[in-house]
Design a protein around this ligand. Sequence first.
Ligand code: ATP
Length: 373
Amino acid sequence: MAGIDIEGLATVYPNGVRAVDGLDLHVADGEFFALLGPSGCGKTTLLRTIAGLESATEGKVRIDAVDVTRTEPGKRGVAMVFQDYALFPHMSVSENITYPLKVRRVSAATRAETAERTAGELSLDGLLERKPAQLSGGQQQRVALARAIASRGKVLLLDEPLSNLDARLRLEARTFLKKLQRDLGITTVFVTHDQAEALALADRIAVMEAGKLRQLGSPREVFARPANTFVANFIGSTPMNLLPGTVSSTSGSETYVDEVGVVSVAGGSLSAATFSAPAGAEVTVGVRPEYLTLASGDVTGPALRGQVVVAENLGTQSLVSVDCDGTLIGVTVPEENEPEPGTTVVLTAPASRVLLYDRESGDLLARQPATVA
Ligand code: ATP
């Protein structure tokens, strides 16, 4: 087992694109680590640079404390599963799984034993003699995983491992993958553009934009306290409300507060805790629909007032859009509690769930790193 250290890493393609642009990361031994970001942000390039399939232009990659920056892929101790699985169509499942061992001249008896054992671990029993074309998408994905695991790498690299599966199979495969990673305890880095997948699977997530790291944290941290408005926009199945606001009062000093202050936004005001900005500062106020509460009666203290526009059914919840002085604000309510369109409602949020961002840079106005309530 092994950790991965990435230091000042840049990968520049011959056309001049800096796909990875100066990254520092540490993936701990045994960690399940997600690289998350929109298409083109450099996730796959970073994974391929760790594998040695792209060469680093600047910086270093260390695996298990050994500098592998210039080591060829086959000698890095990594096993990679590609998005399209890259199975050999003319080989049986058993031959596919054990191909890396054959290349290393492992004996036929050991290969057969490895194929049996790994197929058992990945619920592929009884399929060892089939060809890939005779398998379902989910089974093909497990064969690709089995081949990676059988090769006994120190590190497992997965490029969009679930993206070729349909929605239902994807959920099953997600649970399977998480359990497998826990059972094997193998350091695993996976690439995804699906924030829900990253939140569900990873111990920690690196959110990337344009080759750079925008936030590194646990799923809970990146969900509850996005470090900037880019991450706030990207994470969450219902988008975070990001509203222009002005700090109207603070209970702390003139220049910053660490306690609760009040920020005025369209439709009223909200309390916010632990931010650093003076009264009068123009900010972007971030509050998730899930952390807003909808009331219809009178409320004392900071609140937003508006009219219900529409409610969208999300299953056990609905997303209600409220027009607050011309700004639409989303709030989730439990099923069958949706107010009628046109109803006047009041929205409140706990101060600890109201985040303030610098209007210009988009960075979280927190004095200290996130602590999650
Ligand atoms: P996706 O989710 O769409 O796969 P990604 O985040 O994995 O995207 P990369 O595939 O790493 O992003 O691409 C990062 C940037 O590098 C993009 O601008 C892409 O166009 C560019 N790029 C990728 N591969 C090459 C290449 N072989 N030559 C030149 N530019 C490339």
